[in-house]
Design a binder for this molecule. Sequence first.
Ligand code: FPP
Ligand code: ZN
Length: 362
Amino acid sequence: MTALSASRPWIVYWLLHATDLLSRGDPLPEPLRLRAATTVLRFQHPSGGFGGGVGQRPHLAATYAAVHALGLTRDTHVWERVDRAGMYRFLMRCKQPDGSFVVCEGGEVDLRGTYCALTVARLLNIVTPELTDKCIDFIARCQSHDGGLAAIPHSEAHGGYTFCGLAAALVLGQAHMLDLDALLGWCIRRQMPLEGGFQGRPNKLVDGCYSWWVGGVFELLDAAFTLRDGRQGSSKQERDAEASLRPSMAWNRQALQEYILLACQSDRGGLIDKPGKYPDPYHTCYVLSGLAAAQYAYDVVADDQGLGVRFVSREGEVCVVGPVDNLLHPVDPIHNVRPDVVEEMGGFFRERPLDLETLKGE
Ligand SMILES: CC(C)=CCC/C(C)=C/CC/C(C)=C/COP(=O)(O)OP(=O)(O)O
Ligand SMILES: [Zn+2]
């Protein structure tokens, strides 16, 4: 585990979220949530943000994992212990003049940084014009000639960064600044005709984790197209007609579920990249997240409470391959936690706004 000693909040997030997606309506067991909270809170850095382990310097990826793991505890006393003022200062220390974020002070810039910073700020209600200034310009510069998004401008598009860039653009409410048609085409081409699973970039192999990084992008694209084209039917009939034209209808949900169920389950438990590989918490989390994305359709609702856009799973409209027991919980397409976590944590901090004007002067 030495190799993962800087990824401790990730391990907690991957395992809690995977368990949460599988649980049959019950909340996660209290002792598990408490242990997770105690562990993760120890990674909070006095200067703001979370590190990958005790005493480690803060990092945006570790911070994303920590905040989402704390969200999964569904414990408001735990949420109160997040130092939001320190977090805001940390995010602003990572912010670069061109709208990008370094993943840690002195570290590299890439779209993971943008996604992690903006999703955390959204959940904690610390989004300001200073934080979001020029972010969309940087994201748009990462869109490659073939339609996908890369880690940084002028690089090769990849599923992981495509997800990060589009999700972050939606948090900003500015996904229309991307070439969405090219992006949709790029994602469709990533579904492998033989296996049904996704590859992360052209001429590479299928891998179960892209079930989320690419499979999950179709729901984001639905939201982006809906916001761009202003289509939001008021009647159920209108919404049904629109639903049949959405990007999320353009991929094969059944084929992905077959790949996951038949090729990505390890006989020792847990989920895997492809047959012959060992299970690990990362693949267990993202393969399950991809399975949930393949099972549900969502209505995109313009949010009146400051979240920009909300996803509400379309009632009664599920697509389950195999026994109905295979049905997971729905997942929020931007944050990759169950939608109630986003609602509750987002709502909790919306009721407790911070005076960020004061912070800016410090
Ligand atoms: C929020 C957050 C931390 C997001 C991470 C996004 C993510 C999964 C990025 C992928 C990084 C990358 C270039 C992998 C390629 O590995 P590879 O060359 O081994 O794989 P490949 O052959 O499938 O391309
Ligand atoms: Zn993988």
